[in-house]
Design a protein around this ligand. Sequence first.
Ligand code: AMP
Ligand code: AMP
Length: 336
Amino acid sequence: MRYIIATLASHSCLQILKGAKDEGFRTMAIAIENKVSFYKRFKFIDEVIGIPDYKQFYLLENRLKRKNIIIIPHGSFVAYLGKEGDEKITLPYFGNKKILEIEADRDKQHDWFKKSGLLLPRMYKNIEDVDKAVIVKYHGAQGGYGYFLSPDKNTLKTKLSKNKSLNSKIFLQEYIVGVPIYLQYFFSPLDNKIELMGIDRRYETNIDGLGRIPAYMQSKMNIIPSFTVVGNFPIVVRESLLPSIYEMGEKVVETAKEIAGPKGLYGPFCLETVVTSDQQFYVIEISCRIVAGTNLFISGSQYTDLSYGEPISTGRRIAREIKKAIKLKQLDKILD
Ligand code: AMP
Ligand code: AMP
């Protein structure tokens, strides 16, 4: 029986389904009703199913069970179904759900990175320990919305005393002065190999808009920097940085087996890093699924060009892994 690759209609849906179609699968998008007509514009989507809201996804599951569906999770699954909602999905799912627990917990992520020997910004459990500029984050903040910076401990204390409700939910991290670099990887359990799929940086408002305002105006306007993503730029790094990029990806995959069971981390994932002037990669966060920055490379990236003689997006790479697993009768290796 033919398999259908399905996903929620947002985030990287177009890339995923285009890639699935290019690999010969039937495709399905599950869309909020007012987005159905938009997704119907694309010929590579065979079926668009409308639901009134994301919570209705579970009601749909029974109906979909009769079809041969494989669900590809992306950023909207965690954002709109929540971690528990994501774990609750009973349809065959491309990814290890055990990783979701670790990914959602900044302390567990930190331990994972440490175990992997990666360079990390310092985390402060106690405000009194703050001795550098910090970035203040919230647990579960989406797309960096509401983060703020503080140059020192006293400014931080003043800011927090003005909004006491924040105190219990915050997460204090050393602010690394450098450039943000997002490394998009794919780990194939079938080939036992890590691949670099592309590199990007985000276009964030209003932090990326601040530089457009002269300093004399900035000082009078009292703008609070925020990091809400609106898009992405492609990046090609100095070639001499590539060996350490591969090494970081390999280490993370290796240690994932110790913390998330034998399947560990597989498929697409992304390390969010800040690179300093001495060319050190500080790892800020990990996304254990396809990230939206891969949408830049629907026709392949400079890096996939080096490995494949044809345009391979991350979405298409996922479909190719599934196709290979079907052929080898090893779907259990890549589905949860
Ligand atoms: P959306 O499909 O735009 O509603 O986004 C779903 C989730 O993915 C939200 O948590 C967004 O913050 C996140 N997201 C969407 N696009 C991007 C992007 N280009 N970079 C990073 N995160 C994104
Ligand atoms: P995140 O929500 O972790 O993706 O972070 C949102 C934005 O804040 C991104 O532009 C990051 O590069 C930036 N950022 C997060 N943590 C740090 C840090 N410790 N030092 C410097 N920039 C950071």
